[in-house]
Design a protein around this ligand. Structure first.
Ligand SMILES: Cc1cc2nc3c(=O)[nH]c(=O)nc-3n(C[C@H](O)[C@H](O)[C@H](O)COP(=O)(O)OP(=O)(O)OC[C@H]3O[C@@H](n4cnc5c(N)ncnc54)[C@H](O)[C@@H]3O)c2cc1C
Length: 606
C-alpha cells in the first residue's frame, strides 16, 4: 500500500538552529521542558496557554517517521532510529532467550516520545490503582482527584451508551476512538472466552464493577490515524508566539546555582556552523522552572549526572552532590510472556493461506484509510482475575496477529519478534519458521499486578552514556505463579471447541534451553518464562512521588524535586506504583494535573 499523500501533518517548527546559533545562549525562558513525549508535549502545550510565559521544549529526537501514523504499523518504529533501544542488564533467572541475555526497553526518540511508537491502547487504570497512590501518602492523587484530568484531555468519538455515565468526555485535545476489527479470529476467541465463563465488557475503562472479561479497546486514534501527544497537544499549540520547540536537542545536565536552584540546562545540539561534525554544548536558562519529562530512563539519568541522586552512588562516579535522593529506585514494569503461539490455517494450501492473509491485511488497512481505528486482532483485550481473594484482575491478555510470512519482512531485516520483544536470533527463528507455514497469533498474558522493583543506575558520569537498568523482574515467586496461571488459561482456551473448529492450533514451541522438559509441563513453562518473559513496555516509577517527609521518594505531590528549587519531574517516572493497565493515559493525566499544579502555584489557573 502506498502511504504517500495519505495524510499531511505540519510538524512544529524547529527553533533549535535559531536559538542555538550564537556561541553563548542568552535567551531566558520562563519554563524549560525537557523531553517532548507523552508527558512533555502535554506540559509544554498546557503551560504555553499562559500568554505571558515563554516556554521552551527541548526534545532529543526529531519528527516521527510518516509510517508511525498508521496504527497497524506501530511495531515498525521499534529498533529504528526513532527508538532509544535501551537494554536492561542481564538477570540470573531471566532473559535467556533474549538478545545478549538482556531485555529490550524501547522508548520513543522523537516528538511525541513513546506516544509516537506505542500501540495506542487507551486504558486509564482502576480506582484501586490511584487510591493506592493516595494511600501511600500522595494526597490529591486518589481516583476521584485524577479522574477529571483523564476527562480534560479526552475527545471521545464513541457513541451511544458509551458516553452515558460521565465515563468519557468530548472536546479535549486527545482523540480516543473505539477500535474496530474484521479479523475472523476475533469472534472465535470471544466464543472461546465465553465458554471459559468470561463475559463481554462494553467499556474497558469502566470504573464499577472492576473490569473482568473481554472487550473492544479504545485507542488514541483520530480518523484512523495515531493521535500521539504531538498531534493532540503540540501541533495545535505550535503557532503560539510563546512556545518554542527545539528538535535534536539532547539535555545533558540541569544547571544549579549556589542555592541549589535549577536555573537552566546544558544540552547538546547538532552543529549549525559549517565544518563542525560533533554536537555542540549549549546552555539555556529559565526564570521560573526546569521540568524534566524525559521518561522513566532518562529523567533519573539527567538528575543523577546533575548531582541529584543517591549520594553514595553519585560519589562512586565522582559527581558533586546537590541533593541526596533515591533517584532511579522503584523501577516497575509489567512482565509478559509471548510464548503462546497459535497457527491459523496451517494445513491449507500455501496459495490459499497467502491469499487470505493478503486480503485480511488489505481489508484491515482499508478500515484505516476510511478513518476507522483498528489494530486488527489486538483490538480484543481480556482481563482475568486468577486469585479468588482479589477484586481486581491480575492478568491482561493481548492478542497479536502476524500475517503469513511477514515476521522476517522488516525494515532492519531482523525478525519482528526481535524488534518487538528483543528475542535472540535463535529464538526468533522458531517463530519465523512457524510464520512461513501460516499466519501466527500470539496470545500474551501480562502480569498487571507486579510487585518487583528494579533500579536505574549510572553507567558513568558521562551524560551521553545510557544508564544501566537492573530490571529485577519476577523477583517474587507469586509473580511467576501469576504468569503460569495466565499460561494455563490460554492453554485451556486452546482446547475449547470454537478454537479447535476454527483450526487455531497452539504450537509446541521448543526453546533450545528447555529441551530437557516435556512441552506443556510446569517445568517446561518455568523454563520458557526464564527464556522469553519480558517487559510489556510499561516501565515507570524511577522518580517516585511521595509526601514531603518520605525519604524513599524523589518528588513531592506537587512533583517538585525534593531538596532543590525550581525543578520538577512530570512524566511516567513519578508513578509511585505502576497502574494495572497500559501506562500512556495515566502519564498524560500526570502531565495534565502537573500543568495545573504549576499554573495554580503561579496564580494562573483559570
Ligand atoms: C512499543 C511501546 C508500546 C506501548 N504501548 C502502549 C499502549 O498501547 N498503551 C499505553 O497506554 N501505553 C503504551 N506504552 C507505554 C507508554 O507509551 C509510555 O508509558 C508513555 O509514553 C511514557 O511517557 P513519558 O512521557 O514518561 O515518556 P516518553 O513518551 O518516552 O517521553 C520521553 C521523551 O523525552 C525525550 N528525551 C529523553 N531524554 C532526553 C534528553 N536527555 N534530552 C531531551 N529529550 C529527551 C525522549 O526522546 C522522549 O521524546 C507503550 C510503550 C512502547 C515503547
Amino acid at each position: 500500500m502506498s502511504l504517500n499523500g495519505f495524510w499531511s501533518l505540519k510538524y512544529p517548527k524547529d527553533y533549535g538552529p535559531t536559538l542555538f546559533a550564537d556561541r553563548c545562549g542568552t535567551t531566558v525562558f520562563d519554563f524549560i521542558v525537557v523531553g517532548g513525549g507523552s508527558a512533555g508535549a502535554t506540559v509544554a502545550s498546557r503551560l504555553s496557554e499562559v500568554p505571558e510565559w515563554n516556554v521552551l521544549l527541548l526534545e532529543a529526537g526529531g519528527d516521527p517517521p510518516d509510517y508511525t501514523e498508521i496504527p497497524l504499523l506501530y511495531s515498525e518504529a521499534l529498533r529504528s532510529d526513532s527508538d532509544w533501544s535501551f537494554f536492561t542488564e542481564p538477570e540470573q533467572h531471566l532473559f535467556k532467550g533474549l538478545e545478549r541475555g538482556r531485555n529490550l526497553i524501547s522508548r520513543g526518540l522523537m516528538l511525541g516520545g513513546s506516544s509516537s511508537m506505542n500501540a495506542m491502547m487507551y486504558l486509564r487504570g482502576t480506582r484501586q490503582d490511584f487510591d493506592t497512590w493516595e494511600r501511600l501518602g500522595n494526597t490529591g492523587w486518589g481516583f476521584n482527584d485524577v479522574f477529571p484530568y483523564f476527562l480534560k484531555s479526552e475527545d471521545f468519538t464513541g457513541s451511544g451508551n458509551r458516553l452515558d455515565p460521565g465515563l468519557h468526555a468530548r472536546g479535549g485535545p486527545l482523540t480516543v476512538s473505539p477500535f474496530e476489527s474484521i479479523d475472523p479470529a476475533y469472534q472465535v476467541i470471544v466464543e472461546a472466552e465465553r465458554l471459559m465463563n468470561l463475559t463481554e465488557v462494553d467499556d474497558l475503562n469502566r470504573v464499577v464493577p472492576p473490569v473482568i472479561g473481554y472487550g473492544k479497546l479504545d485507542g488514541t486514534v483520530r480518523r484512523g490515524l495515531r493521535c500521539s501527544t504531538l498531534k493532540a497537544f503540540l501541533i495545535p499549540a505550535a503557532n503560539r508566539s510563546n512556545l518554542f520547540v527545539a528538535k535534536n536537542a539532547r539535555v545533558t545536565r540541569v544547571v544549579f546555582d549556589h542555592n541549589r536552584r535549577a536555573v537552566g540546562v546544558e544540552l547538546l545540539v547538532p552543529p549549525s556552523c559549517g565544518g563542525l561534525v560533533t554536537n555542540v554544548v549549549k546552555y539555556v536558562y529559565s526564570k521560573q522552572e526546569v521540568i524534566l519529562s524525559a521518561g522513566v530512563i532518562m529523567s533519573p539519568q539527567i538528575l543523577m549526572v546533575s548531582g541529584v541522586g543517591p549520594a553514595g552512588h553519585l560519589r562512586e562516579h565522582g559527581i558533586d552532590i546537590v541533593a541526596d535522593l533515591p533517584v532511579g529506585y522503584n523501577y516497575q514494569d509489567h512482565v509478559s510472556f509471548a510464548g503462546l503461539v497459535f497457527s491459523d490455517r496451517k494445513h491449507r494450501p500455501k496459495s490459499e493461506i497467502s491469499e487470505e492473509s493478503r486480503v485480511l491485511i488489505q481489508r484491515t488497512m482499508d478500515l484505516t484509510t476510511s478513518g476507522i481505528a483498528t489494530l486488527g486482532l489486538t483490538n480484543l483485550v481480556t482481563f482475568i482475575k486468577t486469585r479468588k481473594d482479589a477484586m481486581y484482575p491480575d492478568l491482561q491478555i493481548v492478542k497479536v496477529r502476524f500475517s503469513y510470512n511477514t515476521t522476517r519482512k522488516t525494515t532492519n531485516k531482523r525478525s519482528r519478534m526481535s524488534n518487538l520483544f528483543g528475542y535472540s536470533d535463535r529464538v526468533a527463528r522458531l517463530y519465523d519458521e512457524l510464520n512461513t507455514l501460516s499466519d501466527t497469533i500470539l496470545m500474551i498474558p501480562i502480569n498487571v499486578n507486579d510487585r518487583s522493583t528494579g533500579r536505574v543506575v549510572l553507567r558513568s558520569s558521562d551524560p551521553k552514556a545510557y544508564p544501566k537498568i537492573h530490571a529485577n523482574y519476577l523477583s517474587y515467586a507469586d509473580e511467576v505463579e501469576t504468569l503460569l496461571r495466565g499460561i494455563e488459561f490460554v492453554v485451556e482456551l486452546s482446547k475449547t471447541e470454537p478454537m479447535v473448529s476454527a483450526g487455531l492450533v497452539l504450537e509446541q514451541v521448543r526453546y533450545p534451553d528447555c529441551a530437557n522438559y516435556a512441552w506443556g509441563t510446569r517445568e517446561y513453562w518455568l523454563c520458557a518464562i526464564e527464556n522469553v518473559a519480558a517487559s510489556f513496555y510499561h516501565p515507570v516509577g524511577t522518580c517516585k512521588m511521595g509526601p514531603a517527609d518520605d525519604y524513599r521518594t524523589v518528588v513531592d505531590t506537587a512533583l517538585r524535586v525534593k531538596g532543590v528549587r525550581g525543578l520538577r519531574v512530570i512524566d511516567s517516572s513519578i508513578m509511585p506504583k505502576v497502574v494495572s493497565v497500559n501506562t500512556n493515559a495515566a502519564t498524560i493525566m500526570i502531565a495534565e494535573k502537573g500543568s495545573d499544579i504549576i499554573k495554580q502555584h503561579y496564580g494562573k489557573l483559570v
